[in-house]
Structures are given as structure tokens and as C-alpha cells.
Design a protein around this ligand. Structure first.
Ligand code: PBG
Length: 324
């Protein structure tokens, strides 16, 4: 009987050996915390489908941001939940709209201690819930939407965002936003482009988080889950238009896309562990079916291993505080 010559188990035999040879790191600076701020809220409002995540008041937003910074979190991505909505999402452009007010609060609270990011998209602000403005036939009008995104981007940069995250999947959005920022003198405000964003069922809980008014779907602008080559085309376009960073979203069902993008992108790559991914783990853990803390670390490690330089996750502060 020949015993094995090669014994990979040797390097697994003690915690110190496993630590020495670990290929993938997970550090607080690599985590970005998505946050929600709700207009005129007096108490943080829990989001039922995302246990542990809330729609913040202006005060609780500041507090949570300070906690994230203390834990070493790399960035904050802010979403606004307005009280009133209209067809063109004008509250998103308004300097006094909830998202821009929240950005100012964040910047005054944490300054440059972390990276402040804004969701540059209309779906939270429109009364029909789409990411853009509608044409007469009810379809989402790409080019009319770009005009609004340009105004929205300048308002967000004025409010103090370091990085803007255009998430609406309109063609040409990165280029139009770059031009608008430059023309307004915001040369150092960067763009974290939602490059590969799929029409995903995993966004379900997010719709509750932002009180979304959407009744249909986003299949005419977000990508078909069956495609990967298309993401490389989106990547080439976003880089050509001036994206400073790119993103793949959702994360766990798209790790192959993440890997493909990371292999060719010459800018930092982000992945967004979205609301449904969070909700699944929390729900299974609440039932006692999985070990919550180990599962969370395993998901984030997997996303990093697949090629993400940074990960947006609703667990950012908790995990950052847990990492040594
Ligand atoms: C669009 C946007 C969405 C998410 C981030 N930005 C919703 C959508 O595209 O339907 C989803 C994030 C998540 O599910 O955690 N503003």
C-alpha cells in the first residue's frame, strides 16, 4: 500500500499554519457600508426584510457613520428615502432633498476619515419607481434620464460626496456624469460605476428599504442574468467614459462575472453583496440553520477571493469591528 507523498493537509494542521498561508485577506478598509436616510424621520425605522438594518434619521445616520469610521470601514454608500416623489425624481436633484442633506451631514460628521459615496439614481425619487424618467409610451427614456443624472451628480458633489455611484444602467451615464462634474469644477469627485448590474430578484428587500414604488421590473435597463460577455462590454464602455472604479452586482450569484471583470479591469473593482443576500443569511441564521458569524465571513471571503478589491455589505461595521 503506497501512502501519499503529497500531503496538503500539513499546511492546515495548526491555526498558525493556516494563517500563514491564507491567500485572501479581509480588512475593514475593504468594506463599504450602504446606509439609508429617511426624510423627516424621528426614530430609526427597522426594515423587516433586513433585520438589523434601519432607515436612519439624520441623527442616527451621523451616529452610525461615526461607528463605522471607528471600526475602520473603508466607505459609506448613502441612499435617500424621500417623503414625496414625482415623475422626474426632482427630490434627487434638489440640494435640500433628503439624500443631499444626508451627504452634507455625513461629510460634516466624518470629514475625510472615510470615503463618502452617493447612489446616483432616480428610483428612490420617482413616483413610478423606475431608475429614469419615462417617455410618453411608458418606457424608460435613456437620454432624457442622462440630463437629470448630470444635475443630480453635481448636486451630490456639491453636498460633499467623494465618489458617485451611478446605478441606473442607462447607456452613457458615466460619460455624462464625468462631463457634468468637470464642468462644475468637481475634478476630484470620482465615479464608482455600477458596471455589471443584473435584473435581480436579490434586490427584493432593498425595495422595502427605500419604500420603492416600482410595480413592474427593470429588465429593459438592467442586465439579463444569463449573460457574462455583455458585462465585459459594459466594462469597456465605463472605462472609456472615465469610471474610476467599477462594480459587479449582486455578488454571490455573479462571482464568475466578478472574476472576469477583475481579470481585465485596470481600476479597482467592487462587488455589492445586496439586500437579498443579506436577508437569506439572516433568515437562515434566525432559524438556527447556519452559523451566522462564520457564514458572513465566508461569503465576504469568497467575494474577495473571486476578485473584489472592495465589498459593499450591510454587515460592514459589524465585520470590521470583528476583524483583528
Ligand atoms: C438603484 C439601486 C438598487 C440597489 C442599489 N441601487 C435597486 C435596484 O436596482 O432595483 C439594490 C441594493 C440592494 O439590493 O441591496 N438605486
Amino acid at each position: 500500500m503506497a501512502f501519499p507523498t503529497h500531503r496538503p493537509r500539513r499546511l492546515r494542521s495548526t491555526p498558525a499554519l493556516r494563517r500563514l498561508v491564507a491567500e485572501t485577506t479581509l480588512r475593514p478598509r475593504q468594506l463599504i457600508l450602504p446606509m439609508f436616510v429617511k426624510e423627516n424621520a424621528t426614530e430609526p425605522a427597522p426594515i423587516a426584510s433586513m433585520p438589523g438594518v434601519v432607515q436612519h434619521t439624520r441623527d442616527s445616520l451621523r451616529k452610525a457613520a461615526a461607528e463605522a469610521v471607528a471600526a475602520g470601514v473603508g466607505g459609506l454608500m448613502l441612499f435617500g428615502v424621500p417623503e414625496t416623489r414625482d415623475a422626474t425624481g426632482s427630490a434627487g436633484v434638489d440640494p435640500d432633498g433628503v439624500l443631499n442633506v444626508g451627504l452634507r451631514d455625513l461629510r460634516s460628521e466624518v470629514g475625510d476619515a472615510t470615503v463618502i459615496m452617493a447612489d446616483t439614481c432616480l428610483d428612490e425619487f420617482t413616483d413610478h419607481g423606475h431608475c429614469g424618467v419615462l417617455a410618453a409610451d411608458g418606457s424608460v427614456d435613456n437620454d432624457a434620464t442622462l440630463t437629470v443624472y448630470a444635475q443630480m451628480a453635481v448636486a451630490q458633489a456639491d453636498a460633499g460626496a467623494h465618489l458617485l455611484g451611478p446605478s441606473g444602467m442607462m447607456d452613457g451615464q458615466v460619460g455624462v456624469i464625468r462631463d457634468a462634474l468637470d464642468a462644475a469644477g468637481h475634478l476630484d469627485t470620482g465615479i464608482l460605476a455600477y458596471t455589471a448590474k443584473y435584473a435581480s430578484a436579490f434586490f427584493g428587500p432593498f425595495r422595502e428599504a427605500v419604500d420603492s414604488q416600482l410595480t413592474g421590473d427593470r429588465k429593459t435597463y438592467q442586465q439579463d442574468p444569463s449573460n457574462i460577455r455583455e458585462s465585459l462590454r459594459e466594462l469597456a464602455l465605463d472605462l472609456d467614459e472615465g469610471a474610476d472604479m467599477v462594480m459587479v452586482k449582486p455578488a454571490m450569484s455573479y462571482l464568475d462575472v466578478l472574476r472576469a471583470v477583475a481579470e481585465v479591469a485596470d481600476v479597482p473593482v467592487a462587488a455589492y453583496q445586496v439586500s437579498g443576500e443579506y436577508a437569506m443569511v439572516e433568515a437562515a441564521a434566525a432559524n438556527g440553520w447556519i452559523d451566522r458569524d462564520r457564514t458572513i465571513l465566508e461569503t465576504l471571503t469568497g467575494i474577495r477571493r473571486a476578485g473584489a478589491d472592495v465589498v459593499l455589505t450591510y454587515w460592514a461595521t459589524e465585520v470590521a469591528a470583528r476583524l483583528d
